[in-house]
Design a protein around this ligand. Structure first.
Ligand SMILES: NC(=O)c1ccc[n+]([C@@H]2O[C@H](COP(=O)([O-])OP(=O)(O)OC[C@H]3O[C@@H](n4cnc5c(N)ncnc54)[C@H](OP(=O)(O)O)[C@@H]3O)[C@@H](O)[C@H]2O)c1
Length: 258
């Protein structure tokens, strides 16, 4: 049982790894002895975060814009230039948009579909050679998609395109899991509840709305970095080898409200 949750020596790509949930996951994998590549649009921030994480282990940056297919293909090619195999792909980069129903912009649907859904599909398929090189019956390659509880139950906020794309991420996870299981590649999703990040700053920075959100969570608190890193590490380790096509809420029980 000693190494059941080990990810030591695995090669891991975390998109959107420069801050928020992606950084929680990247930091966890670096501390656990993995070789981590992070990616995000802002090259200077991405490089600075990789340099900081490198003081605790092995981390490098490959900046890319996943809102454009050229960016997705550039990232996949650059990763496969640097490593022979990819053990774990974490599709975390994402964006949201909130607006009242009749003001909700058409552009939000196109923007969020591109980053939240299309890039997950296109990056996963472009990285298949590297994932296949890592895959084996004892230790499958792993794809971990970051969905959302907003794709499971109707959110309180008016984020129409966002919640629709997150439901799409969950379904895409199941389709890819079904298709890739025969190649020893597992595909699972994590559906986070509220976690500290730039995306959630509008709701969590204000003490009043923060405590209102905490009060809705059955476990009574916002998610911690260890909650997110722990689930990702479990999915990437030998302990998570028999799981595929699952959507795991990491939400303090929020989705038990239905
Ligand atoms: N925080 C929560 O409570 C929560 C709850 C449920 C689900 N989620 C999901 O968790 C994921 C991370 O969200 P977060 O809350 O950590 O958000 P965040 O703080 O806004 O971080 C988003 C990350 O994605 C990168 N990114 C955004 N657009 C990109 C693009 N077009 N190409 C490449 N990278 C891009 C950002 O870096 P750049 O801006 O430099 O590109 C950043 O690293 C998202 O998929 C989100 O839907 C979050």
């Amino acid at each position: 049982m000693k190494d059941l949750f080990s990810v030591e020596g695995k090669t891991v790509l975390v998109t959107g790894g420069s801050r928020g949930i992606g950084l929680m996951i990247a930091r966890g994998f670096v501390a656990a002895g993995a070789h981590v590549i992070i990616s995000s649009r802002k090259a200077d921030v991405c490089e600075a975060v990789a340099t900081e994480l490198s003081t605790h282990g092995r981390c490098e940056a490959i900046p890319a814009d996943l809102g454009r297919d050229e960016g997705v293909q550039h990232l996949a090619a650059a990763v496969q230039d640097r490593v022979d195999k990819l053990d774990v792909l974490v599709n975390n980069a994402g964006a949201t948009w909130g607006a009242p129903l009749e003001d909700y912009p058409e552009s939000a649907f196109d923007k969020l579909w591109a980053v939240n859904v299309k890039s997950v599909f296109r990056l996963t398929t472009a990285l298949l050679p590297a994932l296949r090189a890592a895959a084996g019956p004892e230790d499958p390659a792993r794809v971990i998609n970051i969905g959302s509880i907003d794709g499971i139950r109707v959110p309180l906020m008016e984020v129409y395109a966002y919640s629709a794309t997150k439901a799409a991420v969950h379904m895409l996870t199941r389709s890819l899991a079904h298709q890739l299981a025969g190649e020893q590649i597992t595909v699972n999703a994590i559906a986070p509840g509220p976690f500290e990040s730039k995306m959630m700053a509008f709701a969590l920075d204000d003490p009043g709305s923060r405590s209102a959100i905490e009060a809705q969570v059955p476990l009574g608190r916002i998610g911690r970095p260890e909650d997110m890193a722990g689930t990702a590490i479990y999915l990437a380790s030998r302990a998570g080898a028999y799981l595929t096509g699952a959507v795991i809420p990491v939400d303090g029980g929020l989705t038990t409200h239905g």
